[in-house]
Design a protein around this ligand. Structure first.
Ligand code: MG
Length: 256
């Protein structure tokens, strides 16, 4: 058995590790059970996500963390793109080294782009950014999104993720975004490859997002293990028509 873990709502929440999560990963490490962390977070670069995990006490190697922003870079490179209009947090743009970034949140004047990349902008969304993305997609730029995630949980409140903005641009342009992170099969295949390509059915994705974590992993042939420690409860999962292979109150209950 091998594991993939979501981060927000699964390994940590707010400013702290989920109780018991550090010990569970330590136990897996000691037992030689391989695992990866799969994050759709696009508000900060991978190094900052790694530092955050380590500050909570997690022992995670750099190569054990796969992020959707870096996956977007791989995807855009594979599609031959060089000029990118970034619509994601400026802090995360260091993970797009190698691309010519112009307009959007790059701090540089707008220029014709091969691709528009949309991620989580939190409070940074504006009509001007939506308009710029809309214009470039209508002019033929490829439409890439880090994720289509609906919401995450901050304290007791659910907070919009970038999915609503991606859906808005899809509606206006009539174009469907290519998703780089979870639940894209390519992202899960990259995780399996990084684990040495074990049989997918012997890998469990543990996460709090019914769509990206559970349904996404199952579509890639993996097991989807739901944890109720984050954004959703069992009723939300059921009403989404998703059946996890296992449901846990939190990652601390992981049979390991
Ligand atoms: Mg999560």
């Amino acid at each position: 058995m091998a594991f993939c873990f979501d981060l927000d709502g699964t390994l940590y929440r707010g400013d702290a590790a989920i109780p018991g999560a550090v010990a569970i990963l330590g136990r897996l490490r000691a037992a030689g059970v391989p695992f990866r962390c799969l994050s759709n977070t696009s508000s900060r670069p991978r190094d900052a996500i790694l530092s955050r995990l380590r500050s909570y006490g997690f022992d995670i190697r750099g190569d054990e963390l796969l992020t959707a922003t870096l996956a977007a870079g791989t995807l855009m490179h594979g599609r031959g793109h060089r000029k990118v209009l970034p619509i994601l947090a400026p802090a995360a743009l260091t993970d797009l080294a190698g691309f010519e970034l112009a307009g959007g949140t790059s701090g540089r004047p707008s220029a014709p782009a091969d691709a528009v990349l949309v991620g989580d902008l939190g409070d940074g969304w504006s009509d001007a950014l939506m308009q710029e993305a809309f214009h470039q997609i209508m002019s033929g730029a490829d439409f890439i999104a880090v994720s289509r995630d609906r919401y995450w949980r901050r304290g007791e409140a659910l907070v919009l993720d970038c999915g609503a903005y991606v859906a808005g641009l899809e509606y206006a342009t009539g174009r469907e975004a290519v998703i780089a992170g979870k639940p894209a099969p390519a992202f899960y295949l990259a995780a399996l490859a990084s684990l040495g390509n074990p049989p997918p059915g012997e890998v469990a994705m543990v996460g709090d997002d019914p769509w990206s974590d559970i349904a996404g992993a199952q579509a890639a042939g993996m097991q989807g293990w739901f944890v109720a420690s984050g954004k959703a409860d069992a009723a939300t999962v059921a009403s989404a028509g998703i059946t996890p292979d296992l449901s846990l109150a939190s990652v601390a209950e992981l049979p390991a």
